[in-house]
Design a protein around this ligand. Structure first.
Ligand code: F6R
Length: 259
């Protein structure tokens, strides 16, 4: 796993956007895995600037969101279908018919989850998956003790995740208790993973994911098994890493052909 420590949250977004931009430039019909929440917003904003000034084009690029709430209508402003539309599809001028979000409203959720997995496979798999991390170490909404082999499925949100996400709703009671999320196995199938985290509130989760034992108690620690995972964090999120200086040294001396 490559760990890159940047001074500010904006620099985290800019570097991650550069990596995503490179994938899109090299493969115009690239397939991107899309995270929601606060962490990737700077990435999308940076990519949107490049789309606006004409230096990057998402026409033909396909997208698959990581997760969706169960129990709120699609038109709710906090449904991930809405968030992906307003934060990603519109600013990046993506073709909305090429972007999918798991269906949290399906009558048969299991069938919808299987369809979602099939759609990812039919698209040729995900080229680059953008990830945030929960304070409890979740990726997607794979809460602690999620199976490393899991596929897209319905999950119960941990009480701490509901509390963390209450800031997006009028009250804690309005935060759904369930979600549909790509599984850890689904995420691990992506050809490249780019995880971003900012702020001291993520420092414990980052330390556990990067330097802790690989354990379902910290679902993000599964990234240690991925052959091409990049973790881009600011200094606050890096503050509990024992080998922070080593990661910076390694990055500063990275061979040019690997950049
Ligand atoms: C969102 C997702 C979650 C978030 C995580 C961090 O699609 O999959 O894993 O990335 O909860 O959320 P923020 O970025 O809001 O701190």
């Amino acid at each position: 796993m490559e760990v890159v420590i940047k001074q500010t949250a904006d620099e985290v977004g800019a570097l991650a956007a550069e990596l995503i931009g490179r994938v899109v430039e090299s493969k115009p019909r690239a397939v991107i895995g899309l995270a929601t929440g606060s962490s990737p917003l700077a990435i999308y904003a940076d990519l949107a600037r490049r789309v606006a000034d004409g230096t990057l084009d998402f026409d033909g690029v396909r997208g698959f969101a990581l997760d969706e709430y169960v129990g709120i209508p699609e038109e709710h402003p906090q449904s991930y279908a809405s968030v992906i539309r307003t934060e990603v599809v519109e600013p990046l001028r993506m073709d909305p018919t090429l972007v999918r979000v798991p269906d949290g409203r399906a009558i048969d959720i299991e069938v919808a989850c299987r369809d979602y997995e099939q759609a990812i496979a039919d698209a040729g798999g995900i080229d680059v998956q953008i990830l945030g991390i929960g304070a409890n170490g979740h990726i997607g909404f794979n809460e602690p003790t999620s199976s490393f082999a899991s596929r897209t499925r319905i999950k119960t949100l941990a009480p701490t995740t509901r509390a963390d996400n209450a800031r997006f709703f009028d009250s804690l009671d309005e935060v759904p208790t369930h979600c549909v999320t790509q599984g850890l196995g689904t995420i691990m199938n992506a050809r490249r993973l780019v995880l971003v985290a900012q702020g001291a509130g993520k420092a414990d989760a980052i330390a556990a994911a990067v330097e802790g034992p690989v354990s379902s108690m910290c679902p993000a620690s599964v990234l240690q098994f991925h052959e091409h995972a990049t973790v881009i964090i600011d200094e606050a999120a890096a503050s509990k890493l024992r080998l922070a200086d080593y990661y910076t040294y390694t990055y500063d001396n990275k061979p040019s052909w690997q950049l």
